[in-house]
Design a binder for this molecule. Structure first.
Ligand code: FAD
Length: 239
C-alpha cells in the first residue's frame, strides 16, 4: 500500500480529522492527530449535528461506528419550531411522529460532545497529541517538519483538518475564507430547565429557529440539560 511505513500527521481533532484517523487505522496506517485543545474536556462542545445518510452516517458506517452512534444519538432532537422574534410559532413539527432509526430517518441528531467522544474512544491509545497548536511546516527530505507551539515533529504526509481558518490551507491554495456577511455568536445555558425555563419549554428537546429582520437566534437542546444558542446578526458589509 502507498502509505505502508509512512507517518501520517492529521492536524486538527474535529469530526473530520478524527474520522479520517479511524479510517486510516482500520487500514493499518500509522497516524498521529495533533489537536490544539489542552485535553478532551477543556472546551465546551457545540450543539447537535444532524448526520445525513450519504455523508456523516456513511462515514461512521465505514468506520464501523454506527452501533456506537446509535447508542448516543438523540431521537427527537431534530424536532423544529420556526418562530418570529416574539416567539410566535409559525411551524411546529413536534406533532409529527418520530421516525425510527434507519432508512426513513435520514438526519438523526447527535450532540457534538458525544460524537467527538465516540470518535476519540475508537482510536488507538496515544493517537491524539493534545496541546499541539500547529504554527507552520516546511519540507524536509521526502516529507514535512511540522512546528507546534511546544515542539516539532516529522511526518511523511500531512492532512489539514484544522477547520475554517486552517493554517495549512494557504500552503495549498491562495483562496481565502470569505466573510458571509453574517456574524454568529455561540453560547450555552447550563441547567436550562432552571435557568431559562421559558426557552427550555419552547425548545421542547428539539430546535427553535427564530427570525426577526436580518437577525436570528437558533436554540438547540442538548442531552446534558443545557441549551445551546447561536445569535446571527446580518451586516451590510460585503467582501
Ligand atoms: C452553526 C453550525 C451548525 C452546523 N450544523 C451541522 C449539522 O447539523 N450537521 C453537520 O454535518 N455539520 C454541521 N455543521 C458543520 C460542521 O460543524 C463541520 O462540517 C465540521 O465541524 C467540520 O469538521 P472538521 O473536523 O473539518 O473541522 P472543525 O470541527 O472546525 O475542527 C477543527 C479542529 O482543529 C483544531 N485546530 C484548529 N486550529 C488548529 C491548529 N492551529 N493546531 C491544531 N489544531 C487546530 C480545532 O481545535 C478543532 O478541534 C455546522 C456548523 C456550524 C458552524
Amino acid at each position: 500500500m502507498l502509505l505502508t511505513g509512512k507517518t501520517i500527521a492529521i492536524v486538527g481533532g474535529g469530526p473530520g480529522g478524527l474520522t479520517l484517523a479511524r479510517l486510516l487505522q482500520l487500514q493499518g496506517v500509522s497516524v498521529q492527530v495533533y489537536e490544539r485543545d489542552a485535553d478532551r474536556t477543556v472546551r465546551q462542545q457545540g450543539a447537535t449535528l444532524d448526520l445525513h445518510e450519504e455523508s456523516g452516517l456513511k462515514a461512521l458506517e465505514t468506520a464501523g461506528l454506527i452501533a456506537a452512534f446509535h447508542a448516543r444519538y438523540r431521537p427527537g432532537a431534530d424536532k423544529t419550531r420556526l418562530t418570529d422574534e416574539q416567539g410566535h410559532i409559525y411551524f411546529d413539527d413536534h406533532a409529527h411522529p418520530e421516525a425510527p432509526f434507519g432508512p426513513g430517518q435520514y438526519r438523526p441528531e447527535i450532540d457534538r460532545g458525544p460524537l467527538r467522544d465516540l470518535l476519540i474512544d475508537a482510536l488507538e491509545p496515544g493517537t491524539i497529541k493534545w496541546d499541539a497548536h500547529f504554527l507552520s511546516m516546511e519540507p524536509q527530505g521526502a516529507g514535512w517538519q511540522l512546528h507546534f507551539r511546544n515542539g516539532s515533529h516529522y511526518a511523511d504526509v500531512v492532512v489539514a483538518a484544522d477547520g475554517a481558518n486552517s493554517r495549512i490551507r494557504p500552503l495549498i491554495t491562495g483562496i481565502r475564507p470569505v466573510y458571509s456577511g453574517i456574524t454568529i455568536v455561540e453560547g450555552n445555558i447550563y441547567h436550562a430547565a432552571k435557568n431559562a425555563p421559558n426557552l427550555h419549554a419552547l425548545v421542547a428537546g428539539g430546535k427553535v429557529f427564530a427570525f426577526g429582520g436580518s437577525n436570528s437566534i437558533i436554540l438547540s437542546a442538548k442531552g446534558d440539560g443545557s441549551l445551546s444558542f447561536y445569535t446571527g446578526t446580518g451586516s451590510q458589509r460585503t467582501w
